[in-house]
Design a protein around this ligand. Structure first.
Ligand SMILES: C[S@@+](CC[C@H](N)C(=O)[O-])C[C@H]1O[C@@H](n2cnc3c(N)ncnc32)[C@H](O)[C@@H]1O
Length: 245
């Protein structure tokens, strides 16, 4: 949560206008390198038997949802912005992935998708323009994760020079884990800060693009004509639902 000042309804307007105003020449969304590294880590691989069902919250432009669908997951991708979901549906159609990727429009502060036997629940930079009870939302949807399934949450650990919000007091990964209070069924496999170099979107004026958040402390951002780079920190949490058998 980045700003607590706007009324709840403006969160939707905020995101709709951000996505509607996007440069139409922006490249297709890429998956988050932090996420794909987790998904390709043999120690973490989520269940691969049965239907691999994933729920992605706050999917945005959908680089990760498209990547998962291309890897054989059946993905339900949720966002508050109807505009961004329409563009994601079109990308899924162009990529021939409509049988594995479906979108749902929800303001997650008000409603969540119908529970399914998720092998993975995932949220990447689920940061909102108004204060919502994100921990409760994550806990509620994680209730239907299958035994052995994963919850992956990647948050900003710092603010990029181009980010739409600047703050110094990012919670730690441990704060995130404790806030979720998932109970004894769950264990944290990864709960740590990870740094990487991120690129700003093109022509950004104090805003933030998909997968590019947070400048690492003490790091220098560099600037080119259109795209800037900076060290960023991600707070990375991977939790597994224990098997009871
Ligand atoms: C920082 S963006 C991250 C998007 C994407 N996960 C990514 O990594 O590029 C935050 C996303 O959360 C969505 N969002 C914000 N508030 C929401 C809410 N209450 N319900 C559902 N989605 C929401 C926004 O529309 C936006 O796509």
């Amino acid at each position: 949560m980045e700003s607590e000042t706007a009324p709840l309804s403006s969160n939707r307007e905020f995101w709709e206008s951000r996505y509607r105003d996007e440069d139409p020449s922006s490249p297709d969304p890429e998956p988050s390198p932090a996420f794909t590294a987790l998904m390709e880590d043999p120690a973490l691989v989520p269940p691969t038997t049965g239907a691999r069902r994933a729920l992605e919250l706050a999917c945005g432009r959908g680089g990760d949802a498209l990547w998962m669908a291309a890897k054989g997951w059946h993905v339900t991708a949720v966002d508050i912005s109807e505009h961004v979901l329409a563009t994601l549906n079109e990308r899924a159609r162009m990529a021939g992935l409509t049988d594995r990727l479906s979108t749902r429009h929800h303001d997650l502060a008000l409603s969540t998708p119908e529970p399914e036997a998720w092998g993975l629940v995932y949220a990447n930079y689920f940061h909102t323009a108004t204060d919502i009870d994100r921990a409760t939302i994550l806990r509620r949807v994680s209730d239907s994760v299958v035994e052995g399934g994963l919850l992956i949450v990647i948050d900003h650990g710092s603010s990029a020079p181009w980010s739409w919000v600047q703050r110094e007091d990012h919670p730690t990964p441990e704060d995130l884990w404790n806030s979720l209070d998932l109970g004894a069924d769950w264990s944290a496999l990864v709960c740590e800060r990870r740094s990487r170099i991120a690129q700003s979107p093109k022509n950004v004026g104090g805003s933030e693009g998909a997968g590019s958040v947070g400048a690492a402390e003490g790091a220098q951002g560099s600037e080119s004509a259109e795209v800037r780079t900076a060290w960023v920190i991600d707070n990375v949490l991977v939790a597994r639902r224990r098997s009871t058998t």
